[in-house]
Each structure stands twice: as structure tokens, then as C-alpha cells.
Design a protein around this ligand. Structure first.
Ligand SMILES: [Zn+2]
Length: 289
């Protein structure tokens, strides 16, 4: 591990200081550079999320680690940065441990609870030995694949307590949140469920997935109740798409060397930077590096 750090200290500080650390998912070099430079400029800690699909797109976990490590060195990024597997299965978790990731999410939420518990136990031990942080997930969080649901899914506080007691660094538990776009009839975050999970899990930082589309006030309230990490993915994709579309629709790619990918992707890059800054402002992580 070069400059990458585990997410443990940054999340425990966030929990104690009542602010949230952003997990921003990355997809390519431009995404990574936008997140790293913005974090450095604003002196904010950050967790770079990498899904199994994004890692495959970037040709593998080792490529991602090498790119992030080298970029941190060449840009002299000194704020705390964790490189985190997002929603990994067991094999992906093991692969990331071997590939230099500093943080792992093992998502066993779709497995029978006993199997989730056993696999999370094994990974807690492996991550402890290596000084990596581990996120576990209980129950399933609702999403587009579930069709039209207004509620999102909620985790069972008792199951949360059992997984938290294993010594995981952070815990993802559904409180009515949903991945991707929220349906019109969404009921909002279930703060009574969050309160029960908080009470059942002691001082484990909680993670809010599906951050895109939750009103800022609800996110802030959740942070005040013990949510320390908020995942942001879809929102950056939307602003990147919008900015890129605008550039092409305005015909700028046809002017001079506007076709140069370094110019073509620049508006999207700037849009990601602006969105990341906006998120840090809401989460309260600016200046917390
Ligand atoms: Zn998620």
C-alpha cells in the first residue's frame, strides 16, 4: 500500500464529528482524476468506490490500484483516500485484498443470513490482519430491479447487531433507500428503522447506499443519526452525460480540435468536480482531511 489508507480512521472521525464521508464511484481515468483533485482542493477525505463491473471495464483490480496509486503520487494527493470494492462477492473481495485495495465491501445480503455471517467473519479476520477496512451488508436495499416499490427495503436490526458484533469497520443496512432513480411514490428514509439499527449496532459507522435522489435534508438527518458514509454514483454519471451531450449538441466537437478526447471529455470532467464539491458541502466533509 502506498498512499492509500483504510477507511477506518476517516469513518470513526466522521461518526464522532457528525459529518459524512463520501464514497464516489469511479469509472475511468477522468473520473478518478476529478475526484482526487477535488478532494485535495477541498481538503476532504474520500472513498473511491469500484464496482466489480467498473473494475472489469478498467481491465481488472490491479490496473485500478496501479492507476490510483500512481495518480496520487503524481498529483501529490495528501488527503486520506481509501480504494474500496463496492458490492463485492466473496471472490471479488479476495481478489481485491490480493490486488492492493485498502477497503472492501463484501455484500452477502442476497445470501442466507448464516452464509453471509460466515463469509463476513472470514473476511473480518483477513482484513484485520492486513489493516484493511471492511464493509458488510445486511438485508437487501431496494433498487430498480425490484420494479415499482415506494418503500425501499429495510434491514432487520437484530441481524445488523450480529454482523456489527463481528468487528466490521462499517455496516450497510437498508433504511428505505434505493439504488438508482427513486420512484415518484417513494416513502423517504425510514428514520425509525435507522434509530433501531443505530441502537442495536453500537458505534459502528453506518453506510447509506443509493445516495442519488435522497433530499439533502434527509441525508443530513441520517448523518446526524449515525450514518458516516454516503455512496454517490448515478449522480456523477448524469452530470457527466449532460455536459458531454451539451458539448456535442452545441457542435463544439466540430470546431478546431474539439474532437480531441482531452477536450471532448473536459466538460464532463468539470461537471463531476462540481457535483463532488456539492456532495461534500451537504455531507460536511470539507476541511476534514
Ligand atoms: Zn450500493
Amino acid at each position: 500500500m502506498g498512499r492509500l489508507v483504510s477507511a477506518k480512521d476517516m469513518l470513526n472521525k466522521a461518526l464522532a464529528g457528525h459529518y459524512g464521508v463520501a464514497q464516489i464511484n469511479i469509472n475511468n481515468l477522468e473520473w478518478t482524476k476529478a475526484v482526487l483533485t477535488t478532494s485535495q482542493e477541498l481538503q476532504a477525505p474520500v472513498i473511491l468506490g469500484v464496482s466489480m463491473g467498473a473494475a472489469k471495464y478498467m481491465t481488472g483490480y490491479k490496473t485500478v490500484t496501479a492507476m490510483v496509486e500512481a495518480m496520487m503520487e503524481s498529483l501529490d494527493i495528501t488527503v486520506p483516500v481509501a480504494l474500496h470494492l463496492d458490492h463485492g462477492n466473496y471472490d471479488a473481495a479476495v481478489a481485491c485484498i490480493k490486488s492492493g485495495f485498502s477497503s472492501i465491501m463484501f455484500d452477502g445480503s442476497s445470501l442466507p443470513f448464516e452464509e453471509n455471517y460466515a463469509k463476513t467473519t472470514a473476511l473480518v479476520n483477513a482484513c484485520d490482519v492486513l489493516g484493511l477496512s471492511l464493509e458488510a451488508e445486511v438485508g437487501s436495499i431496494g433498487g430498480e430491479e425490484d420494479g415499482i416499490i415506494g418503500m425501499g427495503e429495510c434491514a432487520d436490526p437484530e441481524e445488523c447487531a450480529k454482523i456489527a458484533a463481528l468487528g466490521v469497520t462499517m455496516l450497510a443496512a437498508g433504511i428505505g433507500n434505493i439504488h438508482g432513480a427513486y420512484p415518484e411514490n417513494w416513502a423517504g428514509l425510514q428514520f425509525d428503522v435507522l434509530e433501531k439499527i443505530r441502537a442495536a449496532t453500537g458505534n459502528v459507522p453506518l453506510v447509506l447506499h443509493g445516495g442519488t435522489g435522497i433530499p439533502d435534508e434527509q441525508v443530513k438527518k441520517a448523518i446526524g443519526m449515525g450514518v458516516s458514509k454516503i455512496n454517490v454514483n448515478t449522480e456523477c454519471q448524469w452530470v457527466f452525460q449532460e455536459a458531454t451531450r451539451k458539448y456535442i449538441e452545441e457542435g463544439k466537437d466540430k470546431v478546431g480540435k474539439g474532437f480531441d478526447p482531452r477536450k471532448l471529455l473536459a466538460p464532463g470532467y468539470e461537471a463531476i468536480k462540481a457535483k463532488v464539491k456539492e456532495k461534500y458541502e451537504v455531507f460536511g466533509s470539507i476541511g476534514k482531511a
